[in-house]
Design a protein around this ligand. Structure first.
Ligand code: ATP
Length: 299
């Protein structure tokens, strides 16, 4: 039986051929696979179970020698929980997501799912258990329906429409003459950054993966759309172990735990209420964002 990522790969190849050009399917597939990985590693079917625990042990990583962006990071993410990673720009948040996907290998330390190091899984198998909402979603030059279903050929229209509705994409689709058959992507209808984010969330809703990784999933949405999209995110997060990276703290205030990274290290951690009470970096960032929101409302 084909695994979901293989199905995605083969669907992408077929569609790219059909439309006469090759376009990267997802940013995750566009980025380099971690050098030196063992492609022949066997994968245990059905593993990890839904919503595994994630343990990060002594993780150190840098893109260039002698310049670590993640420094001896230790983190335990309980099975089924939602953990947010926040922190200043350049603190290593997206790099952590890339390491989870094995786009890069750490210089030292490891990441374990339910106690098993991710290097012992095949890369394709690992990624097939992860739903990713990247910072910027690459669209296939194909219909909106194909882009949402992405590789899940067995998905019916009703499921696609439900995912689009949950992701707040339905109003846009209904306004288009060809609705779900509207071709998007290169040489098709251009979607805005926020529309692409919502499409990525609809895609993730359909995938029902064990692990749900979101990198700035609401950065391009207005606050009304953000709160509706957050409801959809909570729906996926309920059945997955979720890691969400965000600058906008309103996106993460409901997380079970918020990790504040600074220069690749954990600066502080806790719930939203804990961190506000501590009066540290998180509460400064929160205050700054609240003042920014007030200023923009007053304009
Ligand atoms: P932001 O909030 O701005 O997205 P971040 O916390 O997600 O930032 P990362 O993207 O993980 O930060 O980057 C951490 C550091 O690594 C930064 O100094 C960045 O410039 C550097 N970096 C990121 N990607 C690469 C790359 N491909 N090659 C070299 N350096 C990189």
């Amino acid at each position: 039986m084909m695994r979901p990522l293989e199905i995605i790969g083969s669907a992408a190849r077929d569609l790219a051929r059909a439309y006469g050009f090759v376009q990267p399917l997802l940013s995750v597939l566009r980025e380099p696979t971690e050098p030196g990985h063992n492609a022949a590693t066997t994968s245990t079917p059905g593993w990890p179970r839904s919503a595994p625990s994630i343990r990060i042990e002594g993780l150190t990583f840098g893109y260039e020698p002698g310049r670590p962006v993640i420094r001896e990071l230790d983190l335990e993410i309980p099975a089924g929980s939602t953990t947010a990673i926040v922190g200043p720009s350049g603190s290593g948040k997206s790099s952590l997501i890339r390491l989870m996907l094995r786009l890069y290998a750490p210089q030292s330390g490891r990441i374990l799912l339910d106690g098993c190091p991710i290097e012992s899984l095949g890369v394709a198998h690992l990624r097939s258990r992860i739903a990713l909402v990247p910072q910027d979603t690459t669209l296939l030059h194909a219909s909106i329906a194909t882009n949402i279903a992405l590789g899940r050929q067995d998905t019916g229209h009703a499921d696609i429409a439900r995912a689009a509705t949950d992701a707040q994409l339905d109003q846009l689709v209904e306004s288009l003459p060809s609705r779900y058959e509207t071709v998007v992507g290169e040489r098709g209808l251009k979607l805005s950054g926020g529309e692409r984010q919502r499409l990525a969330i609809a895609r993730a809703l359909l995938r029902q993966s064990a692990i749900f990784l979101l990198d700035e999933p609401t950065s391009m949405l207005d606050s009304k759309t953000e709160s509706a999209v957050l409801q959809a995110i909570r729906k996926i997060a309920a059945n997955s172990t979720t890691l969400i990276v965000a600058h906008r703290l309103s996106t993460v205030m409901d997380a079970d735990e918020i990790i504040v990274l600074d220069q690749g290290r954990i600066h502080e951690r806790g719930t939203h209420a804990d961190l506000l009470a501590t009066g540290g970096l998180y509460s400064q960032l929160w205050r700054r964002q609240a003042e920014g929101n007030e200023a923009s409302r007053d304009q």
